[in-house]
Design a protein around this ligand. Structure first.
Ligand code: PHE
Ligand code: NA
Length: 459
């Protein structure tokens, strides 16, 4: 006896869950800091183009694959081919990426819990900028403290995912996402009302193409993948719980637009206050964990703003990480016949353990933590975001663009939208996305020394 497969209870539930996956640390932490590092406006423009011509078509392709096969990412490709084949590779790569990212995303999410706790204690106010910036180094040097938060965060994810699709993920997305939007709206208004608002907005939206390097273009493309949760089995899995009656283009558009608008709003909320107190927008990863607490310590109402901000980050991270956990849990349930509780306990536990070296490695002090000249954390992140994600994205777009007949799914697009929708999507998924992703992959391999490594190996 096989129980009928779970489906989302409502369309809103799906959109909130999928947007919950998409909207994460990538929007509120990473997007603002890489925009800051890459000089603002021109980078944002390239990023928006990548979202539209590569992100959206691949998001649709992943949801189509999931909904068509009603399987986890590995099972989806077995089902499509009717047998085990080479095309399982993207499924495997995505599930592996989901699991690995789940393990270290939780570590970073743990930092946001730590900062939320400090904000609640009011420990930023009345401190010097130096002391506040020093807190981050203190935290990442403190193994047990990080592991405690990592443990707590992973336990929250476990508690939600174990409840299943409707009673866990959908229910919690419906609670957490509206709160997230309200928090962001408050911080956004605060940004607009602050003296640095105009400077923040011009920084984000006035393109200065002299600042646009080729590396920035690659980064924009990679981030478009990460921010939409693509190449990580998450959208295939969430798509597999989507009803066949649902309008797939409409749902994808809503998720992509929400993700993009939220990233831009977060950018305005952050840069406005950063400029208000005359601080640097290009602080890198420390933008959120060093600059922002200093900014809030100097602003009126900063005590409350800091609480709102770190709560926002924590909620964003939570709804993203549950989708990563669910993507791997679905694999064990669908392909290995595990029960949901068993799969969830096992994978959340394993992801916690795998996350331990990441947590302990962020601080560069000890030798054993270093692989080459990188800390372990960066090596894992580099490997997954520069290779795994583009690899599976490339395979998925080639498969859907060239090999998959996907008749019903394609028919729906042809019948449902305006006449130009299907040809446009098909052109993008067949030519534009594979080419763009292949170029990124090639240059990333070059940049990270993979070719040199191979050449050395062959000598
Ligand atoms: N999209 C999330 C973010 O922007 C990250 C993520 C990737 C979540 C893949 C789930 C799956 O932070
Ligand atoms: Na995102």
């Amino acid at each position: 006896y096989a129980p009928p497969r779970a489906l989302w209870a409502s369309r809103l539930g799906f959109i909130l869950a999928a947007a919950g996956s998409a909207v994460g640390l990538g929007n509120i932490w990473k997007f603002p800091y890489i925009t800051g590092q890459n000089g603002g406006g021109a980078f944002v423009l390239v990023y928006l183009v990548c979202i539209a011509v590569v992100g959206l078509p691949i998001m649709m392709a992943e949801l189509m694959i999931g909904r068509h096969t009603r399987k986890d990412a590995v099972g989806a490709f077995i089902h499509l081919e009717g047998k085990r084949s080479f095309w399982q590779a993207p499924g495997w790569i995505s599930v592996a990426a989901a699991f690995i990212i789940c393990s270290y995303y939780s570590v970073v999410a743990g930092w946001t819990l730590d900062y939320l706790y400090r904000a609640l204690l009011g420990s930023f106010s009345g401190q010097s900028a130096e002391n506040i910036e020093g807190l981050f180094g203190g935290l990442t040097a403190d193994g047990p403290r990080q592991l405690l938060w990592h443990f707590l965060f992973m336990s929250l994810c476990l508690g939600i995912v174990i409840g299943g699709v409707q009673k866990g993920i959908e229910r919690w997305s419906k609670i957490l996402m509206p709160i997230l939007l309200a928090l962001l709206a408050l911080l956004f208004m605060n940004g607009l009302l602050s003296p640095g608002a105009w400077e923040g907005i011009t920084f984000l939206f006035r393109p200065d193409f002299t600042k646009l390097t080729p590396a920035a273009v690659l980064e924009a493309m990679g981030h478009a993948f990460f921010t939409l949760s693509l190449g990580m089995a998450a959208m295939i899995t969430y798509g597999s719980y989507l009803s066949k009656q649902e309008d797939l283009l409409g749902a994808s558009l809503r998720v992509v637009v929400l993700d993009t608008v939220i990233a831009l709003m977060a950018g305005i909320a952050i840069f406005s206050v950063v400029f208000s107190v005359g601080m640097e927008p290009a602080a890198g990863p420390g933008l959120v964990f060093k600059t922002i607490p200093v900014v809030f310590s100097q602003l009126p109402g900063g005590f409350v703003l800091a609480i709102l901000f770190f709560l926002l980050l924590a909620f964003a991270a939570l709804t993203s990480n549950i989708s990563l956990l669910e993507a791997s849990v679905a694999y064990l349930i669908d392909e290995r016949g595990w029960s949901r509780p068993r799969a969830t306990w096992f994978l959340a536990g394993l992801a916690f353990v795998v996350g331990i070296p990441t947590a302990l490695s962020y601080n560069t002090l000890a030798e054993w933590k270093v692989i080459g000249d990188r800390v372990f954390f960066d090596s894992v992140d580099m490997l997954v975001s520069n290779y795994f994600l583009p690899f599976s994205g490339l395979f998925i777009s080639i498969y859907v663009g060239w090999f998959w007949s996907g008749t019903e799914e394609k028919q729906e697009l042809i019948a449902g939208g305006a006449g130009w929708v299907y040809p446009t999507w098909h052109f993008l998924i067949r030519y534009v996305s594979p080419l763009a992703v292949a170029v990124v992959l090639f240059f990333k391999m070059k940049e990270t020394g993979l070719f040199a490594w191979f050449a050395a190996l062959l000598q």
